[in-house]
Design a protein around this ligand. Structure first.
Ligand code: FPP
Length: 246
């Protein structure tokens, strides 16, 4: 059975699935606390949810999935929690490298990875390099990522380039600026999902979210399952995107 209705004559006007879905994976800590577990158990459950949702995105025909795994502000968390998230990331990258030729998923990172351990940096670089040939499906992992930081870095890169090449800074266009961001050639997200009950952007994809549709739910990230994803996609498809027009 098709996961979503195929375009028939009756459904010809139904919007397609989003090309790019981005998720703020919120609620891991509360999920664990509700179960009298340490917060780190919530992150472990959240990493499992990420695996399932990434798989389901592919099944639904979503080409890009971007997840907020660790923000530039998350360093303020207790050391064991930071270490747990990094260790979950390492497990995922080892697994992705092992299964690369089977899964054909391109892996990409948004964020300043130089703050990570040398081991994690090496794994990240390897995963990116080994998967760069895959074009059907892409996962962007945001680690040590902040939207404002990303914009400042791009502005700095532009200023440096103008200084070096003599190019007129006034020549900058939105398109050229977008290319200087971590997201470079990745299309903007169509749908941003935030589970966990909060309704804020939390420094996530500030530039890229310009015309994204937002979907919020009270479901905590570890409980966010395939049916929840499909619900979010159905809501997205029912929206009328006007991009500032009428
Ligand atoms: C926010 O929930 C979640 C994070 C800051 C970390 C998310 C990281 C993972 C799910 C693991 C990453 C690993 C891979 C492989 C992608 P919170 O802790 O702020 O939840 P709370 O609001 O309930 O406290």
């Amino acid at each position: 059975m098709a996961l979503f209705k195929k375009k028939t004559e009756e459904t010809a006007s139904v919007a397609p699935v989003p090309r790019h879905v981005a998720i703020i994976m919120d609620g891991n800590g509360r999920w664990a606390t509700n179960r009298h577990l340490p917060r780190t158990a919530g992150h472990a459950a959240g990493a499992e949810t990420f695996r399932r949702i990434a798989l389901h995105c592919r099944k639904l025909g979503i080409s890009y999935l971007t997840v907020y795994a660790f923000s530039t502000e998350n360093w303020k968390r207790p050391q064991p929690e930071v270490e747990k998230i990094m260790s979950l990331m390492k497990d995922y990258l080892l697994e992705a490298l092992r299964d690369m030729q089977k899964n054909h998923v391109r892996i990409h990172f948004f964020g300043d990875l130089t703050a990570l351990s040398p081991e994690l940096q090496e794994l990240a670089a390897e995963a990116e390099k080994e998967s760069e040939e895959f074009t059907d499906s892409q996962v962007n992992l945001c680690i040590n990522y902040g939207g404002r930081d990303e914009i400042v870095r791009a502005a700095r890169a532009w200023a440096i380039r103008c200084g070096e090449t003599g190019e007129d800074p006034a020549n900058l266009t939105e398109e050229a600026f977008g290319k200087l961001l971590y997201s470079g050639d990745v299309p903007d997200p169509d749908l941003i999902i935030r589970p966990g009950g909060e309704m804020r952007i939390s420094n996530f994809l500030l530039w890229q979210a310009a015309y994204a549709e937002f979907y919020y739910t009270d479901v905590l990230w570890p409980d966010f399952d395939e049916a929840e994803l499909e619900k979010a996609v159905e809501v997205f498809r029912s929206r009328n995107r006007r991009y500032g027009g009428v």
